[in-house]
Design a protein. Structure first.
Length: 406
């Protein structure tokens, strides 16, 4: 029987331990680009593994096992590092086929072969933790194909820009509504360096596009790694950043980050991870497990843009976040009439039953500040306190986002 997980690497690696690789967007690529393109992509992925010393055994179309010439590490930590290394080797940079840049969406994991031999593709699929939000279903319409092709072109352009360090984090404090304006932490907001003076943001459309393609995790990984580097350089600050709930999966993309947080608890204690749910989660239990692991390591968890999107009270109850951030729309509507102001008050009150710290976002002027102080929230965020800064006073340099790499 084939197995995935810690048991296959804890004690001597019973059987022969391999890495499985599954191309998750195979049918999407086939529908848009055709069978020949899929065949070429699978061959390129296989060749990339073979050129790095792996023996490749195909299990099914777009799924194969990799066996290392030099054997697989018997140490748990070294085996995890090897798994992450292969995730990065096979996933980035994008493949160029017929002049088209394409990103494969790959699942990788451990599999131990015993007397029953090679596992089936169905068995391998059961070994992968389900993503909170699986890839959208393939559609055969021309509009869908054109949209997918356009989105992939956008993703390729975006990640090329990330490789050039065209993006940086602009920091904005979460500030006390009491006297003194103490900062809870400073949130790093992703910004295009070129258009920063126009206050342009990467925006929900960018995040939504990368989520639809299954490519958001490589961005979120890059952002968190960059933020951890800043925390090491600036030991006096507490920082936070946003990740998509699509990325909230405890898999090979996060191995180095989890290991670093475990080895350096001071970094974990100064890191706030904000979770935003742009799309409904089909497997929220995966995200709950991911969040709990971060909390055990000492990180604070914030639910961002609460009251908008698809975040449910049940998810918040299960996650037990440290911070809930109220979407700015509630504050801005509260300017209009008392009924909306009452809704804001009620939402803050409800939030305070789930998290010790509640933040009201989008405080832009004195009217907003008065409305925020009229609630039971202790914290706020907005330009009235300080606009996002690429080079805050506490930093030695701007934090350019470096693309995830080996």
């Amino acid at each position: 029987m084939s197995k995935l997980g810690d048991s296959c690497i804890d004690t001597g690696l019973a059987g022969f331990t391999h890495i499985f690789v599954v191309l998750r967007n195979l049918e999407h690529v086939r529908t848009v680009y055709g069978d020949d393109f899929v065949h070429a992509l699978v061959n390129e992925i296989s060749f990339r593994g073979h050129s790095r010393g792996a023996i490749i055994s195909m299990v099914g179309e777009g799924a194969f096992l990799m066996h290392m010439h030099v054997g697989f590490p018997t140490s748990y930590c070294l085996a995890l590092q090897e798994l992450e290394r292969w995730q990065l080797i096979l996933s980035a940079p994008p493949f160029e086929i017929e002049g088209i840049a394409i990103f494969p969406v790959l699942s990788v994991g451990f599999v131990t072969l015993d007397l029953f031999g090679t596992p089936s593709l169905a068995e391998i699929n059961q070994m992968s933790p389900p993503a909170p939000m699986p890839l959208p279903e393939v559609q055969c319409s021309i509009d869908w194909r054109l949209s997918y092709e356009s989105d992939m072109e956008f993703a390729a352009s975006f990640y090329r820009g990330l490789g050039r360090q065209d993006f940086a984090l602009a920091f904005q404090p979460v500030v006390s509504l009491g006297e003194g304006r103490q900062a809870l932490y400073e949130e790093g907001l992703l910004r295009s360096v070129e258009t920063f003076t126009q206050r342009a943001t990467t925006g929900e459309e960018t995040i939504s596009t990368l989520e639809k393609l299954g490519l958001i995790r490589r961005l979120d990984r890059s952002v968190v790694l960059s933020l951890l580097a800043m925390l090491r350089q600036e030991p006096q600050v507490k920082l936070g950043c946003n990740i998509s709930s699509s990325s909230a999966v405890d898999d090979s993309w996060w191995i180095s980050i989890m290991e670093l947080l475990a080895l350096q608890p001071d970094l974990a204690s100064r890191l706030t991870v904000e979770i935003t749910e742009y799309l409904p989660m089909l497997h929220p239990e995966t995200a709950v497990d991911f969040v709990r692991r971060l909390q055990v390591l000492g990180c604070r968890i914030a639910i961002d843009d609460f009251g908008s999107g698809f975040t449910t009270l049940d998810f918040v109850r299960r996650v037990q976040p440290d911070i809930i951030k109220i979407h700015a729309g509630y504050l801005h509507r509260a300017r209009e009439n008392e009924r909306s102001a009452e809704v804001l008050n009620n939402l803050v009150s409800i939030s305070s039953t789930f998290a010790p710290d509640v933040v009201i976002e989008g405080v832009e002027n004195e009217e907003d500040l008065a409305l925020a102080r009229g609630t039971s929230a202790a914290w706020a965020q907005g330009n009235i306190f300080k606009a996002p800064q690429l080079w805050p006073s506490w930093s030695r340099h701007p934090l350019f986002i470096r693309s995830s790499s080996l």
